[in-house]
Design a protein around this ligand. Structure first.
Ligand code: GLV
Length: 317
């Protein structure tokens, strides 16, 4: 291995992002060899030489052909794609944090307001030139439960608090979180759910969160609750979700993530009038936001310092 000029492979899944990252990193670190892998074949060909991989949405199986790999920088937040993969113990995995909170908090507020202010109903009425008043609701004074209190969940809590909502939260460990009036632990989920007028799921996809919400739990949610799901689709059992929406236990849902993506055309969710579907876009992934944390970590790596935003692979995030 040539330690003077380590090979760093970039494969974000987007050609413009790849080029932007390479240019920004090359300028800051002229002595590293930066290469781009455009597709899976390219990745497989170049990985045997790579010491660092900066990647997103890649088939994890390719890592078995990367004997020199020391550091994997994920170019997104979720590390769930690595679960079940045997990775070398000496491989450091890092992700992107503190970047997606603002866009995901805005997304959450947009759809909670769409629900409270009946945007769909009034836009349908407008199309028919129909003047039928019905009273919108307030978010102020209502309780929002944020399940998942990492950097994204905290930003959502902050925005909801600014709108005068009562903010409660759910996380693995006990402990206070700024902007959250009451924190419930995972074991207390059955006390947490009945208090939520709005429930925001922003948990990582791990073995513990998979199918956390099945029909039993969905029955505990306060009747008429509105769900926003933006973390990972398998946190809620989709079949049970459809039932809860059909029965009116949930008043509606804004779903950005699904058990299978793209959402299959056969899914009943597509046709439900109380559901908003977006194609996994709530976290805006801009190259200019990725560059600073990646650059900082590469600086640390080259100096032999501890990397930031390490993923604990046992926990899955
Ligand atoms: C997107 O889903 C991410 O994990 O960054």
């Amino acid at each position: 291995m040539n330690t003077d000029r380590p090979v760093i492979l970039i494969s974000s899944g987007d050609a413009q992002t790849d080029a932007f990252l390479r240019a920004g990193l090359q300028e800051a670190f002229p002595n590293v060899g930066l290469r781009i892998a455009h597709d899976e074949g390219d990745l497989r060909r170049q990985l045997p030489d790579a010491e660092v991989l900066m990647a997103w949405k890649f088939p994890v199986g390719v890592l078995s052909g990367a004997p020199k790999l020391r550091w994997l920088q994920l170019l997104g937040a979720g590390a769930d794609s690595l679960s079940g993969t045997q990775l070398p113990a000496e491989l450091s995995v890092t992700n992107i944090r503190n970047v997606f909170g603002t866009s995901m908090a805005e997304h959450t507020i947009a759809y909670m307001l769409a629900h409270a202010k009946q945007l769909r109903r009034f836009s349908q009425q407008q199309e028919k030139q129909e003047w039928s008043p019905s009273e919108p609701a307030l978010l102020s004074g209502r309780t929002v439960g944020v399940a998942g209190l990492g950097s994204i969940g905290r930003k959502i809590a902050e925005y909801c608090g600014a709108l005068g909502m009562e903010v409660i939260g759910l996380r693995r460990r006990r402990g206070e979180v700024p902007g959250v009036n009451a924190v419930f632990t995972s074991e207390e989920i059955d006390e947490f759910l009945p208090r939520c007028d709005y429930l925001v799921l922003v948990m990582p996809g791990t073995r513990e969160t998979e199918h956390l919400l099945t029909s039993d739990r969905l029955r505990r949610v306060r009747r008429g609750c509105f769900l926003v799901s933006i973390g990972r689709g398998n946190v809620v059992a989709e079949k049970d979700l459809v039932d809860a929406l059909e029965e009116g236990r949930l008043a509606g849902a804004a779903l950005d993530v699904f058990e299978r993506e793209p959402l299959p055309s056969s899914s009943p969710l597509w046709g439900m009038g109380n559901v908003y579907i977006t194609p996994h876009i709530s976290g805006i992934n801009r190259a200019e936001d990725l560059l600073p944390p990646v650059k900082e970590n590469l600086k640390r790596y080259l100096r032999g310092e501890a990397l930031s935003n390490r993923v604990d692979l046992r926990q899955g995030y």
